[in-house]
Write a protein that binds this ligand. Sequence first.
Ligand SMILES: Nc1ncnc2c1ncn2[C@@H]1O[C@H](COP(=O)(O)OP(=O)(O)OP(=O)(O)O)[C@@H](O)[C@H]1O
Ligand SMILES: [Mg+2]
Length: 272
Amino acid sequence: MSVTTDTRAPAPARGLNALGDLSAHLLGVLERGGADMSQLGVPAQPEPEDGLWEDVAVPQARARRNIWRNSILDASHDEYLSFRLDHLDENQKPNTLRKWLKSLVEAKKLGARPSHLNLIMTGNIGSGKTAGAITIGNEAAERGLWTLFVKHATYLTWRRPDSAPRNLKAWEVRKQFVECDLLILDELCGEMDMTATEFARRETIDLIESRIASGRPTAYTTNLRSRRQPGSQGMGVVDILGERLLSRLESSAHLVKVVGPDRRKPAKPLDW
Ligand SMILES: Nc1ncnc2c1ncn2[C@@H]1O[C@H](COP(=O)(O)OP(=O)(O)OP(=O)(O)O)[C@@H](O)[C@H]1O
Ligand SMILES: [Mg+2]
């Protein structure tokens, strides 16, 4: 049997001195009859943070920021976490996004339903829709809203048994995406066509309908048109949601058309 010896260096004397200093300081404070918590370095109330209202405690707001961050990391979109409304281009309509977010925060404070429950960001491939939508989420999470991001196709996958990360059950996945204060649903109907399964249609309608019914806001991005264009082969969002739900969605939404070139295209086409 081997015998191990403790080879760690003794604790530096400075640490002990510092402890001695601290207890002398605490004793001094108590002897002076000052059981004032601020003198002990313990704030009686959490410090207020910018943009938070009094119903949201600072630890809760921090937890919400982490939840938002994790949903972005799950989607491998870390590169957008630093985006803020001030960094967006005019074609991403930062003023409309800012006003909408402000109305959501106000409505949440008052426990009211926002005047425009939804925001729909449309536009061609690579125009900056996801970046714009995640920017709203970054700022919403900073203001204390419980905000989540998910790509529509990912949500459908996670709703299948044993398919979600962190051992989440399928019902827990639905619960969190239905109940969060703000959902960013990316690429609405993105990987669907006319052969979409009954499961996909049912789950999509259930999520959107439940959020509208409970007055919870959602920002959608999509490359699809709402309705099929005459003469085109492409699908419209209406082909999945149906006319009734689409009109409920549209009637309570700001439409933000992000116009502009595909930002991912190289300036010079690759020759291959
Ligand atoms: N305001 C901005 N400033 C600089 N780069 C940006 C800005 N907005 C978006 N981008 C960059 O442009 C690229 C495309 O953006 P994004 O992914 O948001 O497009 P999209 O419209 O969602 O594309 P898709 O239709 O493929 O989903 C990304 O590399 C992103 O980092
Ligand atoms: Mg996108």
